[in-house]
Design a protein around this ligand. Structure first.
Ligand SMILES: Nc1ncnc2c1ncn2[C@@H]1O[C@H](COP(=O)(O)OP(=O)(O)OP(=O)(O)O)[C@@H](O)[C@H]1O
Ligand SMILES: [Mg+2]
Length: 408
């Protein structure tokens, strides 16, 4: 346990040296906020009352203007300044500093909701090398941007056909690199309240930067299907929110270390730079200045035959399907998205599931069997179907027949 903590914190210190903005800001100007823990009530009763800022506040904390900090925290409903609560020497030592030895993190639970860890991605997957290269290079370039004598675009826009593995492989890479990303999806880019999505992006960006600062993990902001939220199709109108979101992203890529969330500028508004990765099907529907080269690096992703065979082979391997058999499946169903081949395998389960339903007494008894099991009752065992090339071919044909109904 102790050993684990040590490695974690040593990582924090290595990382923080990589962020000049933070260290520069620390050496050039002292923090504007001075905070100290309140004296115990016995001291107060000894006539120390003159020091207290207000009778209501139990915390003798001043902000840079000498005002009661607790009052200010209350006034700013969306306060993001978690550093105050997490710093050793600032709040009570019982909760930080001497006891834990380091800064604690009081909003850890909150952040877990927007960040994502990838425990569900178990098993062995194949990541196409070109894809891996591009994403890893973008992330690393952004983390060491201050050491490079070039302009590094903050945003990587991965685009290409649907179901080609843009989101899935990016998540696999996050898992492999131990990155804890903050995720946004296109749905969050629109709101009935104008300005809300733009603010959300800035908040999520800062949250990602705080993951780096407080948890010592690498992080980034991932926006899935950005063109669905931002793109203009045909004669659709550009909404106020669209404009604000585009403006916010452009502003972030121009000033990655200075991110306001709608209050007056404070020292703590200087954030660490964190890379942004967007996926989308067609980036050309997005406002051109946002996707120009200095702001967004674009990467068109389409797996080639070898990538597809490798990816599909890795998922079928455990069923005993050989590489040559995979090649024949891919050749029989060409021009299909990656999720098609995954679906073939799931489809072969359908027949076994129908049989299993019959075994447990048919559809009429399904509800009782599935949901109202008695204590010592057990569901009949489900035997997964044996995967054969023939079964996969058959479910492929069935999928194609179904798809032709839609397009007919
Ligand atoms: N490397 C891989 N290994 C195994 N399966 C994969 C891999 N890449 C993609 N898949 C499968 O393909 C499916 C679709 O991939 P994904 O959702 O990433 O596509 P996408 O390019 O983001 O599509 P969209 O543009 O529609 O968002 C995944 O759910 C997964 O089942
Ligand atoms: Mg996707």
């Amino acid at each position: 346990m102790v050993a684990l903590d040590t490695t974690r914190f040593s990582f924090v210190s290595t990382l923080s040296t990589n962020f000049p903005s933070k260290s520069v800001h620390r050496t050039t100007k002292p923090p504007s906020l001075s905070v100290s823990c309140s004296k115990s009530s016995s001291t107060d009763s000894n006539g120390d009352d003159s020091k207290r800022l207000s009778q209501q506040s139990s915390w003798e904390t001043k902000d840079s203007e000498g005002n009661d900090y607790l009052y200010r925290l209350g006034k700013e409903a969306d306060n993001m300044n978690i550093a105050v609560g997490a710093r050793s020497g600032i709040i009570d030592d019982l909760f930080a500093g001497n006891f834990l030895g380091r800064d604690s993190d009081i909003v850890f639970d909150y952040r877990q909701k927007v960040t994502r860890s990838f425990e569900y991605l178990q098993g062995d997957y194949y990541i196409a090398p070109l894809f891996m290269d591009k994403v890893v290079c973008h992330i690393v370039k952004n983390y060491i941007a201050h050491l490079l004598n070039i302009k590094v675009p903050l945003i990587l826009g991965i685009w290409g056909g649907k179901g080609q593995g843009k989101s899935f492989q990016t998540e696999l890479i996050f898992q492999a690199m131990g990155i804890e990303p903050v995720i946004m999806s296109a749905g969050e880019l629109e709101s009935e309240r104008a300005g809300e999505p733009g603010k959300l992006i800035r908040e999520r960006y800062r949250t990602a930067s705080q993951v780096v600062q407080n948890q010592g993990k690498m992080s980034c902001l991932m926006i899935n299907d950005i063109d669905a939220g931002l793109g203009r199709f045909g004669n659709t109108q550009m909404t106020v929110n669209n404009q604000i979101v585009v403006g916010t992203l452009m502003n972030l890529s121009d000033n990655p270390t200075r991110v306001s969330i709608g209050q007056d500028w404070r020292e703590s508004d200087v954030t660490n730079r964190v890379p942004i990765i967007c996926t989308g099907n067609d980036l050309s529907t997005i406002y051109a200045p946002l996707i120009r080269d200095g702001r967004m690096e674009k990467f068109f992703w389409q797996p080639n035959l070898e990538d597809i065979v490798n990816i599909v082979h890795r998922t079928y391997e455990k069923d005993g399907i050989s590489r040559n058999e995979v090649i024949s499946i891919v050749n029989t169903f060409p021009n299909q998205a990656l999720d098609f081949y995954g679906a073939l395998r799931s489809r072969t389960y359908d027949r076994s599931i129908s049989k299993w339903i019959d075994d447990i007494g048919g559809v009429e008894n399904l509800g009782r069997k599935l949901l109202k099991l008695k204590k010592d009752e057990k569901l009949p065992v489900f035997t997964p179907p044996e995967q054969t090339v023939e079964a996969l071919f058959e479910s492929g044909m069935a999928s194609i027949r179904k798809a032709s109904l839609y397009t007919a």
